[in-house]
Write a protein that binds this ligand. Sequence first.
Ligand SMILES: Cc1cc2nc3c(=O)[nH]c(=O)nc-3n(C[C@H](O)[C@H](O)[C@H](O)COP(=O)(O)OP(=O)(O)OC[C@H]3O[C@@H](n4cnc5c(N)ncnc54)[C@H](O)[C@@H]3O)c2cc1C
Length: 407
Amino acid sequence: MKVDKTLSLKYNLLIKSKLTTVNIIAMTNKDTENHQRKENTMDLNTQVCIVGAGPGGALLGYLLAAQGVSVILLERHGHIDKEFRGEHLNAVGERILRQHGLYEQVRREGLLHMERVEYFQDGQIIKTILPGPGEEHTGIHVPQKNLLHVLLGQSLKFPNYRLMMDTTVTDLIRDPVDHQVTGVRVRYDGEELTIHSRLVIGADGRYSTVRKLAGIQATIIKHGFDLLWARIPAPDGWPPTVRMALAQEAQLALFTQQGGYIQIGWNIPQDTYPQLRKSPVDPFAEALIHAFPQLQVTVQEHIRSWNDFVLLKVQSCVCDTWVQPGLVIMGDAAHTFSPTGAIGVNSAMQDAHVLAPLLLEALAADDVSSERLGVFEQLRRQETADELDSQFTREAGFRDQFPAYRS
Ligand SMILES: Cc1cc2nc3c(=O)[nH]c(=O)nc-3n(C[C@H](O)[C@H](O)[C@H](O)COP(=O)(O)OP(=O)(O)OC[C@H]3O[C@@H](n4cnc5c(N)ncnc54)[C@H](O)[C@@H]3O)c2cc1C
């Protein structure tokens, strides 16, 4: 990608790409920028300002920029190397990437097709789910940095698109008369910038700042468990599979990952991690080995303390609305899921896919009212409610997959 050395670092795009590691350090092309300095404040203008460069915001930015809409995408982190995030694509996510001509690029960046899902009991396979007729796999592992590298890299080709990393949204701007959202205030490099925008999109994840600033109520729903993540190297010959077991009365899942790793996801009773950490990790590691004896050597080598785990506090949420005049929230910001079934990434991308054409119409009609934007919510709310219901059903029925433990 081209770097114009005459521009200041702050307003340059500088992408360093090392193998699969991507650092997007700074942003924007001054030539395409409509800005002015006012005392200590920089004002920018755009048609759509998207907050959050996760899978949802990054895909939406690409789809809009490809249609000629001026887009500013804001991301508070300075890099996209996230680990322990949603990384499994199902048929929905795959279809969306293929439909928008992005799948082959993501494949080249690195992904892995799962050959089957297996249920284990006492070290033995008791049930196998194979791809259905006409299907090539039972899911796809895509490291989130690979997905984001493609989505952001393709978007940066458009002169009407600007990515601002290391930039945190701190406030919404509203019209003083009708209270419509007309932009955001951000903090970048110790300075405050104001971005005026016809539309603001909150794609800023489960703890969404935009949602809070907008005063949108989110009902948090607990699932009765939290999740411990760990990552270990895959032993030689380990197949691309998702493997499930019941260990210490809880769901244990192994996801083979692109790049030669296994991601371990272990449900623990909600809020028990601080207590668990006070006891030795050994019984936990032994239960893991009992469930999957092939992992004995690797587990003994790589699971040595609780520091080898990362905790995900499991909760989903339902919001009272997804839209206000000039504002939409989407992805995890609008409907967080539990990790069951790896729905989150796919659902955020489906939001972007559904929302992009509606935003194009709203801009063309110069109408960003709640009524118009609310069509997005009408199209997607029931689907996400159904997905959440199906998660609860699967969570309640997990134990029944194992004959020896059926109640
Ligand atoms: C630890 C963890 C593990 C997960 N595991 C799975 C899994 O295995 N399978 C699965 O399907 N899902 C999983 N998820 C959920 C999945 O990652 C999300 O559903 C998915 O990433 C949602 O995409 P999104 O674009 O809506 O939001 P996110 O991916 O959360 O992206 C939001 C972005 O907004 C940025 N942001 C936040 N606040 C601001 C601000 N004020 N200003 C600027 N930027 C901001 C964040 O830095 C982030 O990059 C996991 C989530 C977590 C946290």
